[in-house]
Design a protein around this ligand. Sequence first.
Ligand SMILES: NC(=O)C1=CN([C@@H]2O[C@H](COP(=O)(O)OP(=O)(O)OC[C@H]3O[C@@H](n4cnc5c(N)ncnc54)[C@H](O)[C@@H]3O)[C@@H](O)[C@H]2O)C=CC1
Ligand SMILES: O=C(OP(=O)(O)O)[C@H](O)COP(=O)(O)O
Length: 339
Amino acid sequence: MRVGVVGYGTIGKRVADAVLRTSDMQLTGVAKTSPDYEAAIAMRRGIPLYAVPGREEAFRSSGIEVRGTISDLVSKSDVVIDATPDGVGEENKGKYYVGRRAVFQGGEEAYVAEVSFNALANYDEAKGKSYVRVVSCNTTALSRLISALASSGHSIRKVRAFLVRRGADPREHKKGPINDVVPNPVTIPSHHGPDVRTVIPVDIVTVAVAVPVTVMHLHMVNVEFEDRPSRDSIIEALASTPRISILYSKMGFNSLAQVIEYARDLGRERGDFMENAVFGDSISIQGNEVYLMQGVHQESIVVPENIDAVRAMMGTPKWESIMATDKALGLYSSDKRYG
Ligand SMILES: NC(=O)C1=CN([C@@H]2O[C@H](COP(=O)(O)OP(=O)(O)OC[C@H]3O[C@@H](n4cnc5c(N)ncnc54)[C@H](O)[C@@H]3O)[C@@H](O)[C@H]2O)C=CC1
Ligand SMILES: O=C(OP(=O)(O)O)[C@H](O)COP(=O)(O)O
């Protein structure tokens, strides 16, 4: 499968690297606006670069070779993964992707694609589609969690989630808050609940605030079941689901910063942690309800889903894809159930 990546920022460069690590895919190139340090590194690594139209000369005058513009990259690709800023993907769709296959990110409105996607939740709905939207980081984490809990043998009645959102990604030096806690948005629900419902038809309400950290998001989640689940059945469901890690206090996991340090110690590229980081000690049962907290590494959690979205569009069976992606990205564990 020939895959091109348009937009080479926080998400795009990670997705491009994941494509490079995936043996059944070939990275046809990446398209960018600016001839900056990221472009220079891509060139040094031999990744073919394409420019946003009108920017070719800016690249060439900076000594960075480009092979053409976005249209040239699209024509060489079976699927394009668009990882441009919110709203640009929709513009690019009309300009470049008509009659082609494209994957969009969660910053786009759901209507940009034929289906909003999470690999665990609704992989098969993306099969054979031309336009698929991988939902955003928080929505991906909630969709994975709900899918895992739905496999516990207990029916979910409703989900209520409180999201502490990181204020910015680590490199975003102009974004805040820097000394505040901001209702994000000030209205309830936040967009995440409705967004989960584009993937899973579940009763869900979400509330979000933004805080001055860059490491990860934190979710405080309450799931009510039709009957009382045992804590063991919940832990078993989470532990056996791919892309969910349960991290316990006795192993030193008491904060989000420690999750990122763990990813670094594991030698994960860029210190990325692509799994839901569920704090095992937080999992508790009150009547029919489960409470838990999970960390969400916003820079990387959607990367495996982008790879699976491409395979779903090309018709690969669900578990074959999820397992192949997890093996390629170093997420595979024999303790997990792939199927
Ligand atoms: N950063 C995050 O935490 C997450 C972001 N997302 C979503 O992923 C998408 C991308 O977000 P980020 O990677 O954070 O953005 P970013 O700003 O880090 O990167 C966007 C890249 O696209 C380039 N670009 C801008 N206009 C372009 C155009 N017309 N054509 C080609 N490239 C263009 C920019 O130069 C930049 O390299 C958004 O939809 C966002 O909502 C999803 C999950 C997490
Ligand atoms: O997709 C994200 O968040 P979301 O799941 O809250 O929409 C990313 O963290 C990007 O969020 P931003 O809109 O603060 O850049």
